[in-house]
Design a protein around this ligand. Structure first.
Ligand SMILES: Nc1ncnc2c1ncn2[C@@H]1O[C@H](COP(=O)(O)OP(=O)(O)O)[C@@H](O)[C@H]1O
Ligand SMILES: [Mg+2]
Length: 576
C-alpha cells in the first residue's frame, strides 16, 4: 500500500491528464451501460405501443452514443498509456541516476545482471500495473457501480434480493470448486504412484525375472491400478454430484429473482422492459467482479516489483558530498596520506597506518606483491572508497570536505584495462573532456602515440569500437585511455599497472606515451616492472597493507631489503 502511494506520487506531474482520462473511462463505461436501457425502451415503448417515432429516436441514440463512446475510448486508451509510459520512464531515470551515484562498494557486492534487472524487468512489471490495471480498475469499477445504481433505480426491492442471492450462490460454487480441486489432486498423486511403481519394477526387470516374481509383480500392479480407479471414481462421483447441485442452487437463486420480478411486472409495479434490462444488468455484474479480482492479483504482483525498486532507491549512499562541501579549487597537486587505515569490509584490514606525501609534480611509485594493497591506495585518492581512519589531503584540504565532482575532475586514472564504449574512437577519446574540439582530440591522440594506428582503421576517428569485429589490441586500448587522460589534463595522475597486460612490444610504445603524460603532474605509479620507476621521486614498498620501505631507487637498493630482493629477481629474469 505504501509502495503504491509512492508510485502514485510519480503521477503528480500528470494529474490533469489523469483527470481527463478518468472522465473518458467513466463516460465510455456509461455508454456500455446504455445497451440494456435500449432494450428496455424497445420493449416498453416501441413494441408495446407500436411507437415508430420512438424507434427512430432510439436508432439515432444508438448511433450517437456509440460514436462518442469511440471518442472516449480513444481518449482513455491514449491518455492512460501516455501517463503510464511517462511514469515508467521517470522511474527508470531515477533508478539509473541512483545507480550512477552508488559507490563502488555497492558494485563489489552486486552482479551486473542483478542491477540491470531492476531497470528492465522490475520497472517493466510496474508498467503493467500502471497502464493495463489502472484502465481496468476504473472501467470495471465504473461499470460495477453504474450497474448497481441503475438496478436500484429500476427496482430497489428486486435489487436487494439479487444482491443478497448472488453472493450466496457464488460462495457455494467456491466451496464446491475447492472440493473438486482436492479430489483432482488425489488422482494426480495416484497416477504418480503408478509411474513410480512402473519405473521401479521395469528397471528391475532382471531381478524380477531371475526370481520368477512376474506373478507377484502383476498382483502388485493390479493393486496400484485399482487404487487409481477408486480415486478416479471418487472424483467422478463428486463432480457428477456437485455440478448438478451447484446448477440447481443457481437455478433456485435465478428462480427467486425471476419470480419476484415477474410478480412485480404482473402486478404493474415494474414494466416488462425494465425487468429485462434489470436481468441484463444482473447477469453482466459477474464480469466486473471477476476482472476486478484479477486486477487485484496483478497489482499485488506489481507491488512486489515496486518494493524492490524502492528498496534500491532507498539504499544509502555512504560516499557523497557533505552538506557544506565546497568545490576543490584548481590544485597544485600536493597529496598527503596521514595515518590512513582502510577496510573493505568490517574487521578485515586492507591498509594500516599508511603515511605518505607527494609534492606537486612528483612521481611516486608503489611496488609489492599482488594483494598488498597498492590498488587500494590508488582507489582512496579519488574517494572511490572512504578511509576508515586517518585522512587524505590534497593541497592541504581533506578530500571528504570537497565535492566529489571537483575532486575527481582533477584526477586522471589509467587502469590496467580500459573500458571503451561502443561509439566512434573520436567519442571514446572525447570522454576525457566532453567539450574538446576534434582538433584537441586528435592532438591528444598524437601525444598518446595513438594517431597513427587510428588513421589506419577503416574509418579513422569515425571507426566505431566493437562493430563488425572492430576490436583494438590491448596496447591500442591503453593508448586511447592515455589520450583520454591527456584531454582531461588532470593535476594528479594514477597509473595502476597500466602496461602490465601488454606484450613487450606494445608496452614500449604505451610507456613512452605514459612518460609524456606524467610530465608536470603529480603521478602515482603502480608498477609491475621496476625499470619503469627507477627515476621515481619516492618508491613505497607495500606488503600486507603496510608501508615496508620507502626511498629512491638508489636508497632502497643500498638498504638491501625487500626492494633489492625484488630487483634482483626481476633483473635475473630479464637476463635469463
Ligand atoms: N573491492 C574489494 N572488496 C573487498 N576486498 C578487496 C577489494 N579490492 C581488493 N580487496 C582486497 O584488499 C587487498 C588489497 O588488494 P589490492 O589493493 O587490489 O592489491 P594490489 O593492488 O596490491 O594487488 C587484497 O586482500 C584484496 O583481496
Ligand atoms: Mg592492483
Amino acid at each position: 500500500m505504501k509502495s503504491y502511494k509512492r508510485l502514485l506520487a510519480y503521477m503528480r506531474p500528470y494529474l490533469k491528464r489523469l483527470g481527463v482520462a478518468v472522465i473518458c473511462i467513466i463516460l465510455a463505461a456509461a455508454a456500455n451501460l446504455y445497451v440494456p436501457w435500449i432494450i428496455k425502451d424497445m420493449i416498453d415503448k416501441v413494441l408495446a405501443d407500436k411507437n415508430m417515432s420512438m424507434l427512430n429516436i432510439i436508432a439515432i441514440g444508438i448511433v450517437v452514443v456509440f460514436f462518442f463512446r469511440g471518442i472516449f475510448y480513444y481518449g482513455q486508451a491514449y491518455l492512460v498509456s501516455f501517463i503510464g509510459q511517462r511514469v515508467i520512464i521517470d522511474v527508470r531515470d531515477v533508478i539509473y541516476r541512483k545507480f550512477q551515484r552508488m559507490p563502488l562498494a555497492y558494485y563489489d557486492q552486486h552482479q551486473t545482471g542483478e542491477t540491470m534487472s531492476f531497470i528492465t524487468n522490475d520497472v517493466g512489471a510496474l508498467q503493467s500495473a500502471l497502464v493495463d490495471n489502472l484502465i481496468e480498475l476504473v472501467t470495471e469499477g465504473a461499470i460495477l457501480i453504474g450497474s448497481i445504481a441503475l438496478m436500484l433505480y429500476l427496482d430497489w426491492k428486486l435489487s436487494l434480493l439479487t444482491l443478497f442471492t448472488i453472493p450466496i450462490i457464488a460462495q457455494a460454487m467456491k466451496v464446491f470448486g475447492r472440493k473438486l480441486k482436492s479430489a483432482g489432486t488425489v488422482i494426480q498423486e495416484r497416477l504418480a504412484d503408478i509411474t513410480a511403481f512402473l519405473q521401479e519394477s521395469i528397471s528391475a526387470i532382471r531381478v524380477v525375472k531371475s526370481f520368477t516374481r512376474e506373478d507377484y509383480e502383476i498382483a502388485r500392479f493390479k493393486e496400484q491400478n485399482e487404487l487409481n480407479f477408486q480415486a478416479a471414481m471418487k472424483n467422478v462421483q463428486l463432480s457428477s454430484l456437485l455440478t448438478p447441485t451447484v446448477e440447481f442452487l443457481a437455478a433456485l437463486g435465478v428462480t427467486v429473482i425471476v419470480w419476484f420480478g415477474g410478480y412485480e411486472v404482473v402486478n404493474g409495479v415494474m414494466t416488462a422492459g425494465s425487468l429485462v434490462a434489470f436481468l441484463t444488468y444482473a447477469v453482466n455484474l459477474a464480469n466486473p467482479v471477476k476482472r476486478l479480482s484479477r486486477v487485484y492479483a496483478n497489482i499485488q504482483k506489481a507491488m512486489a516489483a515496486a518494493e524492490r525498486v524502492f528498496e534500491v532507491l532507498d539504499l544509502e549512499e555512504p560516499i557523497r558530498d557533505k552538506e557544506d562541501a565546497v568545490p576543490l579549487p584548481q590544485i597544485a597537486g600536493h597529496v598527503a596520506f596521514e595515518a590512513v587505515s582502510f577496510e573493505y569490509s568490517k574487521g578485515v584490514s586492507a591498509l594500516e597506518n599508511v603515511t605518505l606525501e607527494a609534492k606537486p609534480g612528483q612521481m611516486i611509485a608503489f611496488v609489492g606483491p599482488s594483494g598488498a594493497g597498492k590498488s587500494t591506495i590508488a582507489n582512496l585518492i579519488p574517494r572511490f572508497y572512504d578511509v576508515t581512519s586517518g585522512s587524505i589531503k590534497i593541497d592541504g584540504v581533506d578530500i571528504r570536505d570537497v565535492t566529489l565532482r571537483s575532486l575527481r575532475e582533477q584526477i586522471g586514472i589509467v587502469p590496467q584495462e580500459t573500458n571503451l564504449f561502443s561509439t566512434a574512437i573520436m567519442e571514446n577519446i572525447r570522454y576525457g573532456r566532453l567539450d574538446a574540439t576534434d582538433e584537441e582530440v586528435v592532438a591528444a591522440a598524437k601525444s598518446a602515440n595513438a594517431h597513427e594506428f587510428i588513421m589506419e582503421l577503416p574509418y579513422g576517428y569515425a571507426t566505431a569500437i566493437g562493430e563488425r569485429g572492430m576490436n583494438l589490441s590491448g596496447g591500442q586500448r591503453q593508448r586511447i585511455a592515455i589520450a583520454r587522460a591527456i584531454l582531461k589534463d588532470p593535476r594528479v595522475l594514477i597509473l595502476d599497472e597500466a602496461t602490465s597486460a601488454l606484450d613487450t612490444e606494445s608496452e614500449k610504445i604505451v610507456q613512452a606515451a605514459l612518460d609524456k603524460l606524467m610530465v608536470g603532474r603529480t603521478s602515482f605509479v603502480i608498477a609491475h616492472r621496476l625499470s619503469t620507476i627507477f627515476n621515481a621521486d619516492c618508491i613505497f614498498v607495500i606488503e600486507n597493507g603496510h608501508v615496508k620501505e620507502q626511498g629512491t631507487h638508489q636508497e632502497l637498493l643500498s638498504l638491501g631489503g625487500l626492494y633489492s630482493n625484488l630487483y634482483s629477481i626481476q633483473f635475473n629474469k630479464v637476463k635469463a
